[in-house]
Design a protein around this ligand. Sequence first.
Ligand code: ATP
Length: 311
Amino acid sequence: MSEHAIEITGLRKTYASSAGEPPKDALKGIDLTIPKGSIFGLLGPNGAGKSTLINILAGLVLKTTGQVRIWGFDQDVNPRQSRASIGVMPQELNLDPFFSPRNVLEVQAGLYGVPRSQRRSDEILAMIGLTDKANAYARTLSGGMRRRLLLGKALVHHPHILVLDEPTAGVDIELRNMLWTNVRKLNEQGMTIILTTHYLEEAEQMCDEIAIINHGEVVACDTTRALLGRLDTKTMVIEPETAVPEALQMPGGIEMCPRSDGTLAFNYNRTKVSAETVLKAVHDAGIRIKDVKTVEADLEDVFLSLTSSTA
Ligand SMILES: Nc1ncnc2c1ncn2[C@@H]1O[C@H](COP(=O)(O)OP(=O)(O)OP(=O)(O)O)[C@@H](O)[C@H]1O
């Protein structure tokens, strides 16, 4: 059995032309492997191709060419097994208004051929906090409750992989925390999680690995730590003890930027300049240091550097 939850090779999707619009190459040859047991982030600007990719994984959009293996099953050769291995929580709140949460879960379990003896609607309702609403019409549920129900619906067939498409877009903090607690718990139980999010801080906190997609191509795929280590620029922020002399000259490779709060930011390329060199330059400039801290690049910096030049 493969150690990868998902293996994608040469995946292309071209949407046919319609209403006078030319054909659209939404995915231009994606190669991607997602390790089993990981929390994997799929990031990219609007229109990058994330939903297309997720919908292909979910079996909702047909690929143009390429190979997709889900939990070791080739989508074309073993469509039933590959579909059974994955559960998708979609972005849209597409629920039948006259179905109760219990109906929704039971019907979904039926669609996936889960035998009655293996259904666990009560357990799922408890997990998503909808036990009291088990028999209420979906149209009477709040937006947050519907979203939780969609999470439950994605889990009825015990998938190995859970895909969350923008699960926290526009949700309040309480629901966001509840979602993440559940996602972490499921991951600890061995489920592989794939998520798209616009909140880079969230991806930084949640994901072990991240792929950044731009214009239908993977422009970076690495561990979150390695991705954050990619940017060479580092900043040292110094709070001076005394007034700073005007017109300071810094050695090459160190740029000084005074900040409005009275601190001084020194930007330097950490592969070329050491922190010690920066501190010495500050000292030689006659600046007495009251406090000092260094600032690492965050995911937003990495994201912008990889996507803004071609946007
Ligand atoms: N059914 C479709 N027909 C034609 N073009 C489409 C269709 N669906 C998506 N596209 C186009 O394909 C490209 C990728 O869209 P996709 O929805 O996959 O991006 P995305 O990264 O999910 O964006 P967002 O974050 O805004 O949801 C876009 O240019 C979009 O306009």
